[in-house]
Design a protein around this ligand. Structure first.
Ligand SMILES: Cc1cc2nc3c(=O)[nH]c(=O)nc-3n(C[C@H](O)[C@H](O)[C@H](O)COP(=O)(O)OP(=O)(O)OC[C@H]3O[C@@H](n4cnc5c(N)ncnc54)[C@H](O)[C@@H]3O)c2cc1C
Length: 597
């Protein structure tokens, strides 16, 4: 995007990004999760329907993390909220609620979208998220506070658990290996081979003393899409060319680490309004603006829009077939860009094959299977304005992240190759046109006056829209793909069977880096699901081992959480809730948090 640099904030705090995020709780589409399970099982003899990553078990895991808080009748009718309570969990640590304050203009959201072919979805959380709806927010109704990984998973257990230590303010600087445990840098999918971690090193500043937490059992990284990838790389696990360039000894030449980095891009159209917005009430400094109910208001009206509502049937078919027929040239381009995107070396064949399979999945299944290709949102947070936003959901453009130094105190290079693929621009541009139609569609149109930004002509050309998107798009804060859960033959980083990093015996990654492709959702809710699946797999493994007199019975350390605490969480994933059985000592080493040992 004209070499623009975008800011990618992350929550550097206990609870990770769930502490600072926009609080949308949305589930992905079943089509996406089943496609992931199918890719994950593609080199195994078992069917993807038995995979823990298939929709049914994954849906159960997401529900395990949550408790649904129904809105009051007044809020539901004022905002036009519809829901199916049976589709939610009822006893998990994260509250799926709604704000205690709303705006009548929000009830115009779903009728206007329905008129544009995106009907109300009154049950968007049980497998089909396409359509328009008022999404859940991460709000606990009993006191209108944010429900996030720390409040859900950690706060209730600190002080009461002698087998949990949390080191805050610490930055993990690398994994300590038993170098005699493996002599080969070639990764194997066999967990009995490979490097064994014996500890995690951390420090409180870049020049400060380094400390080590020893590991009896394993290390679980939950440092997020950027953090976990960086920790692996500085520890010698990653693409050879990258590690050598950064002065890091190659322990495991795992070429998929950091490859295929992706993100959701978002753009905003701003309209003036004479309707009162949340921004107006905030700015008024009135008594109402200080109530807990008002302060709980957060944007949440959304819609996942399929190609059929963005294009005519003929144009949709043309976008799909152009993307499909351009696959081989895009794959070649991706391969020759190399691990640093500078063409100095080619990408590994397995990583390229993974890109090809993901590309096929997006163009053959997601484009045609009815899942949302853009998300459309409305924001009421600016005084005097209504903001309509569009975010591209399944980018074919995938880039890379890599380190240039062996220190986790130095920033890595993050390059998601935004909009390099022309199909991405075609769909994103159609999303902007859709927003403009939405602004003119009743009943929402009665609240909308002039478009104040960007300053388009009445009929902007495609190139006007493209220039606007290139110059003003920002991140929707959903980076992923950098530690993909896929077979080694598709350039995976963690094994679908147990989230173990290939080429290691006892290091797992459990966080939002593991999705091989973007999902049509905000990534928080599914990442709680990833963590809950992980807890199930890890428990099963230790319990089986314990029964046979193995690892589970000794006084060891297990891995922790990220940003959160127990059981599973997104912004700092996995969980004490599920993992803290007796005999296992857990240490969270945390900036905001991170690992566990
Ligand atoms: C501004 C913003 C808005 C967002 N809005 C939404 C939203 O509305 N809804 C939604 O569902 N999702 C949203 N997201 C995304 C969502 O919050 C993340 O996808 C999710 O939190 C990812 O969880 P994670 O555990 O993978 O990583 P994180 O939550 O980022 O947790 C990683 C943790 O690891 C720590 N860490 C990293 N490196 C190290 C290290 N070397 N040593 C020690 N600690 C380390 C970090 O400090 C952090 O505490 C948003 C994200 C942001 C940043």
């Amino acid at each position: 995007m004209n070499n623009r640099q975008l800011s990618w904030p992350r929550g550097k705090v206990l609870g990770g990004s769930s502490t600072v995020n926009g609080m949308y709780l949305v589930r992905p589409n079943q089509v996406e999760i089943d496609a992931w399970a199918s890719l994950a099982s593609s080199d195994s003899s078992s069917s993807s329907s038995n995979s823990p990553w298939a929709w049914n078990p994954f849906y159960s895991a997401m529900k395990k993390a949550e408790t649904f808080d129904a809105p009051s009748d007044d809020i539901a009718s004022e905002a036009g909220i519809e829901f199916n309570q049976a589709s939610y969990g009822d006893s998990g640590p994260i509250h799926w609620g709604y704000p205690g304050f709303t705006f009548p203009l929000l009830s115009s959201w779903t009728p206007s979208l329905s008129s544009l072919g995106v009907p109300l979805n009154s049950d968007p959380v049980s497998g089909n998220n396409t359509g328009s709806f008022i999404a859940n927010s991460a709000i606990r109704k009993s006191d209108w506070t944010r429900s996030y990984s720390r409040s859900g998973y950690i706060d209730g257990i600190t002080g009461s658990r002698s087998n949990l230590d949390i080191l805050t303010g610490a930055t993990v600087t690398g994994i300590v290996w038993d170098n005699s445990s493996s002599t080969s840098t070639t990764p194997s999918s066999n967990s009995n081979d490979g490097l064994k971690a014996t500890g995690v090193q951390y420090a409180f500043s870049s020049a400060g003393q380094k400390f080590t937490v020893s590991v009896n059992k394993e290390v679980i990284l939950s440092a997020g899409a950027v953090g976990s990838t960086q920790v692996l790389m500085v520890s010698g696990v990653g693409p050879q060319a990258v590690l050598q360039g950064a002065g890091v000894d190659v322990k495991v030449a795992l070429e998929g680490v950091g490859a295929r980095l992706q993100d959701h891009l978002v753009a905003s159209l701003v309209y003036s309004t004479s309707e009162t917005t949340a921004g107006d009430i905030h700015a008024s400094n009135s008594a109402e603006s200080k109530t807990a109910e008002f302060m709980s208001f957060i944007n949440s009206a959304t819609a996942y829009v399929p190609l059929s509502a963005l294009f005519s049937a003929e144009d949709a078919a043309s976008v799909i077939s152009s993307a499909q027929s351009a696959m081989d040239s895009n794959v070649d381009k991706f391969k020759s860009a190399g691990p640093k995107g500078d063409g100095t070396s080619q990408l590994d064949d397995a990583v390229v094959e993974g890109y090809k399979q993901i590309y096929k999945t997006i163009t053959d299944t997601f484009y045609t299977g009815g899942s949302g290709q853009v998300e459309v949102l409305i924001a009421l947070t600016q005084p005097g304005s209504i903001i309509l936003q569009v975010a591209l959901q399944h980018p074919l453009s995938m880039g890379r992240m890599y380190i240039t130094s062996p220190s986790t105190f130095d920033s890595p290079v993050l390059d998601p190759a935004y909009l390099e693929n022309s199909a991405d621009m075609d769909i994103y541009r159609a999303g902007v046109k859709f927003l403009r139609r939405l602004a003119g569609t009743a009943p929402l149109s009665q609240y909308i006056k002039d478009q104040t930004s960007p300053s388009f002509s009445d009929s902007p050309s495609d190139s006007d829209i493209d220039s606007f998107l290139i110059s003003s798009s920002s991140t929707e804060f959903h980076p992923t793909g950098s530690c993909a859960l896929l077979p080694l033959s598709l350039g995976g980083v963690v094994s679908p069977s147990d989230l173990r990093v290939y080429g290691t015996r006892n290091v797992r990654v459990v966080d939002s880096s593991v999705y091989p492709m973007e999902l049509s959702t905000h990534l928080g809710a599914p990442t709680y699901g990833v963590a809950e699946v992980a807890v199930g797999l890890i428990r099963e493994e230790y319990e089986a081992s314990s029964e046979s007199g193995g690892a589970g019975s000794d006084n060891a350390s297990a891995g922790g959480s990220g940003g959160s605490g127990s059981g599973g969480d997104s912004s700092g994933a996995v969980g004490m809730r599920g993992l803290g059985w007796s005999g296992v000592h857990v240490v969270l080493v945390v900036i905001g948090w991170v690992l566990f040992v």
